[in-house]
Design a protein around this ligand. Structure first.
Ligand code: NAD
Length: 391
């Protein structure tokens, strides 16, 4: 065939495209900044000290068959759509077919001081940084100088991280001989509820479970500025903090707009049912980079569930096109939402089912196993089984 297929990004979307092409014995090149695939949706577990950190990333070499996939470890710095080439560090890679799966990045909404004064839960390294900072702050905390840990943003990322820290902090306090009341954990959210995407019953239950674990939850609390030790809140008194972890939202990778892709207000590229941006036939944008229309015409939210399905489908589209067959439109299977609330608890919706407690947690663990199987079968499952906790 002699066609160069270039996949940018080895997150959930890019990884599944690579695995799909590999299964179909179609050669490709995969570019990623790190030599590993990170389990991004589980980074709250890394930050919250749940298991061995190495269980949460997997070397790309262990997944990609060198006879089919060429790995290129480096940072994509520009996409030249006219010349059909991509700059990776100091060199250019040419393509005939391009799959853009570069993921999203933290949204700071232009809030003064926020980026400089906060940590973000963004990938393996940042999760490790949070873990280390929390450990240090708890160790140094006293009743006179308590550690004030604030999570900013009560969406799924903020809630899962809060649940994890709420379970870990008492163990850390005990280990370091620190009184539990020397560490304050607070979740703040601009809207009147946390987890606005879930039904109101589940929102209340999630709040209750977190509060039972000692978390202070403040809704209607919109961050407007961050200074070195204070968070300024719209219409309310400022909050003192020792560590602010910002989980207030995401937007498409900045490279998209910089590379002249048309983007929406969240920096994502509007695509058709075959992941093609307007006017492009050999470029596919998938995962968090894509604004893919849902049933009501509005873009679907950027989730790993969707990125994974898009990646599988992108491989099928490319296969069909290479063999002169028309591509088939993507039909997302939206199964629902599951969130962990610490290692022992969870909450979520699957279709019309509402789940809480052990059932939600069990399904979340089962999802991990299913995903590991899909990228590397038994080998991936046995190597990374440490991230799964059945009981
Ligand atoms: P999000 O946008 O879903 O939530 C961010 C929250 O921060 C919102 O509730 C918002 O009101 C709040 N916020 C924004 N600005 C604020 C301000 N100035 N002050 C206080 N609060 C503010 O972002 P997310 O939680 O990072 O999730 C991103 C995407 O990833 C979503 O599509 C989500 O569904 C997905 N995700 C899914 C899972 C899962 O399925 N378990 C886990 C994590 C993330």
């Amino acid at each position: 065939m002699g066609q160069e297929i270039l996949i940018l990004g080895a997150g959930y979307g890019g990884m599944m495209t690579a695995c799909g092409l590999q299964r179909r014995e179609i050669p490709f090149t995969l570019v990623n900044e790190q030599p590993y695939h990170q389990f991004t949706t589980l980074m709250h577990e890394v930050a919250g000290g749940r298991a061995h950190t190495e269980d949460y990333r997997m070397e790309l070499q262990a997944i990609i068959d060198p006879d089919l996939g060429r790995l290129h470890v480096g940072k994509v710095t520009a996409i030249d759509l006219k010349e059909r080439r991509v700059r990776v560090d100091d060199m250019f890679l040419e393509y005939d077919w391009l799959v853009v799966a570069l993921g999203s990045e933290t949204e700071f909404f232009g809030i003064p001081g926020l980026q400089n004064h906060s940590l973000q839960l963004w990938g393996f390294e940042s999760a490790l940084a949070i873990r280390q900072r929390v450990e240090r702050l708890v160790k140094e905390a006293t009743r006179d100088h308590p550690a004030r840990l604030v999570i900013g943003g009560g969406g799924l990322t903020g809630v899962e991280l809060t649940g994890e820290l709420a379970d870990w902090i008492p163990r850390l306090c005990e280990k370091n001989g620190v009184p539990l009341d020397a560490v304050k954990l607070m979740l703040i959210e601009a809207m009147n509820t946390i987890l606005p995407m879930l039904d109101s019953d589940l929102q209340r239950q999630a709040m209750h479970i977190l509060q039972e674990k000692g978390v202070q939850i403040r809704t209607g609390t919109k961050v407007v500025e961050v200074r070195s030790e204070q968070i300024l809140i719209d219409g309310r008194a400022p909050l003192d903090y020792s560590l602010l972890i910002w989980t207030g939202g995401v937007r498409g990778n900045h490279l998209l707009a910089e590379s002249d892709f048309p983007v929406d207000r969240k920096g994502r590229v509007p695509v058709d049912q075959m992941f093609r941006p307007a006017g492009m036939t050999r470029v596919f944008v998938i995962g968090d980079c894509a604004a893919f229309p849902g049933p009501d015409g509005r873009p679907l939210p950027p989730t790993a569930q969707l990125a994974t399905q898009m990646g599988e489908h992108a491989a099928q589209i490319i296969d069909r096109l290479l063999h002169g067959r028309p591509p088939v439109a993507f039909r997302p299977r939206l199964r629902g939402t599951l969130a962990s609330l610490g290692p022992e608890n969870g909450i979520g919706e699957l279709g019309t089912w509402k789940l809480t407690g052990a059932a939600a947690r069990f399904l979340k663990e089962a999802n991990k196993a299913r995903y590991l199987w899909s990228i590397g079968g038994w080998k991936a499952l046995s190597r990374k089984r440490g991230q799964i906790r059945w009981a």
